[in-house]
Design a protein around this ligand. Structure first.
Ligand code: FES
Ligand code: FES
Length: 163
C-alpha cells in the first residue's frame, strides 16, 4: 500500500494490522492508541521530550509521537503490549513492581520498553549505560532510585532465567 493511502498496514507486535480512515500525517503514537487499540504507549509531551511513548521500531527505541505512522509501513514495531506473547510479565516488568519503580505509572510503559531494549542489546549494563539508555525517559514521581533498583533486579533475574 502507498503511504498516501487512507488504508495501510502496519506490522505491530508480530501482527499485520490494517489502519483505516487515517490521515497520512497522524503520528505512530496516535495510530497505535486511537486506531489500533494499543493504549500502552502514553502521550505526554508529544514533542519527543519525555519518552512516555517509546516503542521499538526496527530494533531502535524511538519516540512514537515523532514518527509519522504512514512512514512506518515497512517497519517492525513492538509496543509495551507486545513484549510478551501471553499474560506473563517480563523480568523488567516484574522488577518494577517488586522494587516499587512505579508511582503514577505514566512514564512506566516507555521506561519498560527502553530498558527491555537496553537489556536485549546489553544484558549487563553499567550504571552509566543504564542512565544513558533512559536519559530520554522522564519520570516526575520516583526520583529514579527505585527504577535503577528495578533494572539491577531485572538484570539478575534475566541472567538466572535466561529471559
Ligand atoms: S509523548 Fe513522545 S516523547 Fe513525550
Ligand atoms: S511514576 Fe509517575 S511519572 Fe514516573
Amino acid at each position: 500500500m502507498s503511504a498516501n493511502s487512507e488504508v495501510y498496514d502496519l506490522n505491530v507486535n508480530g501482527q499485520k494490522r490494517q489502519v483505516r480512515d487515517a490521515w497520512v500525517g497522524e503520528s505512530l503514537l496516535y495510530v497505535l492508541r486511537e486506531r489500533l487499540g494499543l493504549p500502552g504507549s502514553k502521550g505526554a509531551c508529544e514533542q519527543g521530550e519525555c519518552g512516555s511513548c517509546t516503542v521499538i521500531m526496527d530494533g531502535q527505541a524511538v519516540c512514537s509521537c515523532l514518527v509519522m505512522a504512514a512512514t512506518a509501513i515497512d517497519s517492525k514495531i513492538t509496543t509495551v503490549e507486545g513484549l510478551t506473547q501471553d499474560d506473563s510479565l517480563t523480568a523488567v516488568q516484574d522488577a518494577f513492581i517488586t522494587e516499587g519503580g512505579v508511582q503514577c505509572g505514566f512514564c512506566t510503559p516507555g521506561l519498560i520498553v527502553a530498558i527491555e531494549h537496553l537489556l536485549d542489546n546489553n544484558p549487563d549494563p553499567s550504571q552509566l549505560e543504564v542512565k544513558e539508555a533512559i536519559s530520554g525517559n522522564i519520570c516526575r514521581c520516583t526520583g529514579y532510585g527505585r527504577i535503577f533498583e528495578a533494572v539491577n533486579t531485572a538484570v539478575t533475574t534475566r541472567r538466572a532465567t535466561n529471559l
